[in-house]
Design a protein around this ligand. Structure first.
Ligand code: ATP
Ligand code: MG
Length: 651
């Protein structure tokens, strides 16, 4: 272990040799799930999931746990009826927990608001009645385009209460992307905001919407958040606050069929045009409630849980809204950016609310590393007891930084692998039962069967191959909205109708741990060596001066494919030829000479989706001089222009 007098860099470098990190005795002692038998119980997966479903309130119990007679179209808890908003709110209020805080909301300028379960319960009923009075019926699609404010939870739960299907569009997307998604999902009503704050500025959201919406929707509900005098069209536009005031207080929850749709959500578009994932009611809630409690070792009476994602992507749906509320959790909901008003805002929030469980993305951790250790170091983070990551493979250096600097070497880290499609976590380490291996997500959760297979669908042993899921699971997507054929084609064609093709490449080690390598399309073949882009990126990032790297394969006359690396440096460092040589050397050391990048392009930033994932397909496009593919989900389109400039400069 680290000794006194070492720099952080040296300590992390040394820790890189440690393969496994066990939870401390203290952690295990207090943990909820400590009996490894749970993995065996998961083998009888229908019985296992039925038992998890019992934890919810059902108005009518199901007759059949799973109907898999028409794969890949699954039906879970057939004949069962329940209401998601009842399970998330009424249940807790009736149990005497209405006074418990559901969200410690924190505004970007430091405003604070505690929203209790009773508050949500009351607003959700009123807003559900308001939606009804606007003509929204069971089965209608409601588009939601809101920032991270409590009203977004109210809007989603109000839809769930009356059986409307929400389609939440990330608040940072352009109005144009909203229009597209509304068109596609045929939503007749949009819930949005007059203006949304971002880093001290207010974006005129309603005005932007008006410019593109035409007469696509009949009704727009506007939450008032600014004083920018948003234009309101008589007859079509309504203020959220006025609707709430006028609405009846009681709205009984609509008993929904277990298989009634709950929501549509678009994937982040890293690999292709976004897909409209459809999730349903009973299975989804069973899946997210169980995984949220199990993976995060949740104790609802004690924990302060913070998922720093945005509600606009699936992590927010499952682990800010539905999982936590179903479990009666107290969460933090934060409106702003991780670097505004200062780069220590996240750590200030942890200290302020005494956050015990924190869940974020590797990209955010790498940003924090880049900003410097002084920011977390200036706050008391001792309340933390468990950390989580999601969204992409985490390189060991970032894992160790998170573990050491944020978790104080005390907190297990759960690296959770899952997708919009899976609804909830599929592969991770149950924190008291399994050691963590930095860079590996861990093992399939009880009830889930994952495998790595070769081109023919045979078990790939410890070789790299296709990650697949071999059993249906309750929170699985039911289809792509209005695109059944694309659903079958994308996920169920390669290995047959009962094997779900994930789209990620992975490897399973001797201990049964899964190492997610990246997207199937993100594998590079250099002189016959199949390499994952993530492996090379990890090697590059292990150089002390490198903050982030993205690697792609480019056609090459000599080697078939050659590696091009886009590299961003720590702080304000400039790229030099010396640094290029050092980076190439690092890769040679860690992987082999053949893996050394042929080209290194210095980048101020990398093209990322709104959820923080690097879009390698766009990097491939510009490196090979092609027209850029779909860029609608890009966070900052100016990054591409800047990179194109750099490439021209070099060539
Ligand atoms: P699209 O499918 O439109 O290309 P996307 O796959 O980026 O978009 P999401 O559903 O948000 O959209 O992301 C799921 C993907 O993220 C997974 O398939 C995987 O590639 C990656 N991922 C998520 N969590 C992890 C993790 N813990 N480790 C490694 N990869 C992860
Ligand atoms: Mg995907």
């Amino acid at each position: 272990m680290a000794t006194e007098g070492q720099t952080l860099e040296q300590q992390l470098e040394e820790l890189l040799d440690d393969e496994k990190f066990s939870p401390s005795e203290d952690f295990v002692e207090q943990a909820v799930i400590t009996d490894p038998k749970i993995y065996e119980q998961g083998e009888d997966y229908e019985a296992f999931w039925a038992e998890r479903a019992e934890a919810l309130h059902w108005d009518t119990k199901w007759e059949q746990v799973l109907d898999w007679s028409n794969p890949p179209f699954a039906k879970w808890f057939v004949g069962g009826k329940l209401n998601v908003s009842y399970n998330c709110l009424d249940r807790h209020v009736e149990a005497g927990n209405g006074g418990r805080v559901a969200y410690h909301w924190r505004g970007e300028e430091g405003e604070e608001l505690d929203v209790t379960y009773a508050d949500l319960h009351s607003d959700v009923q009123k807003f559900a009645n308001a939606l009804k009075s606007l003509g929204v019926r069971k089965g209608d699609v409601v588009a939601v385009y809101l920032p991270m404010i409590p009203e977004v939870a109210v809007a989603m739960l109000a839809c769930a209460r009356i059986g409307a299907i929400h389609n939440v569009v990330f608040g940072g997307f352009s109005a144009e992307s909203v229009r597209e998604r509304i068109e596609f999902s045929e939503a007749k009503i949009l819930i949005t905001v007059d203006g949304a704050r971002r880093k001290g500025k207010t974006a005129p959201i309603k005005e932007n919407v008006d410019e593109v919406i035409g007469d696509l929707v009949d009704t727009i509900v506007v939450v008032k958040r600014s004083d920018n005098d948003a234009p309101m069209k008589a007859g079509r536009d309504h203020w959220y606050g006025e609707l709430l005031e006028a609405a009846d207080a009681d709205c009984p929850p609509e008993p929904m069929d277990a298989e009634d749709p709950l929501y549509i959500l678009y994937t982040s578009g890293s690999t292709a045009k976004p897909k409209g994932i459809l999730h349903t009611t009973g299975g989804y809630l069973t899946g997210v409630a169980y995984t949220h409690a199990a993976v995060f070792d949740l104790k609802p009476e004690e924990d302060i849980y913070w998922c720093a994602a945005d509600v606009g992507w699936v992590t927010g749906h499952s682990y800010i809204i539905y999982g936590p509320l179903a479990n009666g959790t107290t969460s933090v909901m934060y409106e702003g950016a991780p670097d505004y008003p200062g780069k220590d805002i996240w750590w200030e929030i942890v200290e302020r609310y005494k956050v015990t469980i924190m869940y974020c993305a590797p990209t955010a951790i790498r940003a924090c590393m880049k900003w410097g250790v002084e920011h977390p170091a200036s706050h008391d983070l001792s309340s933390l007891r468990l950390l989580g990551t999601v969204g992409e493979p985490i390189n060991p250096k970032a894992w160790l930084w998170y573990w050491k600097v944020v978790g104080g070497g005390r907190c297990p880290i759960v690296d959770t692998w899952w997708q919009t499609e899976t609804g909830g976590v599929m592969i991770t380490t149950l924190p008291a039962l399994l050691d963590a291996k930095p860079g590996s997500a861990g093992k399939p959760l009880p009830g889930i069967e994952a495998a790595v297979v070769d081109e023919e669908g045979n078990d790939a042993g410890t070789e790299q191959g296709y990650l697949v899921l071999k059993r249906p699971w309750p929170s699985m997507l039911r289809t792509l909205y209005k695109e059944d054929d694309r659903f079958v084609e994308t996920y169920w064609n390669k290995f047959g109708k009962d094997t779900y093709l994930v789209g990620d490449a992975a490897r399973r080690d001797e201990d049964g741990y899964f190492w997610i390598i990246g997207r199937i399309d993100d594998v590079v073949n250099v002189s016959g060596h199949r390499l994952s882009t993530a492996e090379v990126e990890s090697a590059i990032v292990s150089h002390g001066k490198v903050a982030e790297a993205a690697v792609i394969g480019q056609a090459d006359e000599d080697t078939g494919q050659a590696i091009t690396a886009f590299v961003t440096l720590e702080g304000d460092l400039d790229g030099t030829d010396e640094l290029i040589a050092e980076i190439r050397e690092k890769v040679a050391d860690r992987i082999g000479k053949f893996a050394r990048p042929k080209r290194i392009i210095w980048a101020d930033d990398l093209p990322k989706t709104r959820s923080g994932k690097i879009m390698r397909r766009l990097l491939r496009d510009i490196a090979e001089g092609r027209e850029l593919g779909d860029v609608t989900t890009l966070r900052d389109p100016s990054v591409m222009a800047q990179l194109e400039g750099k490439i021209k400069e070099r060539d």
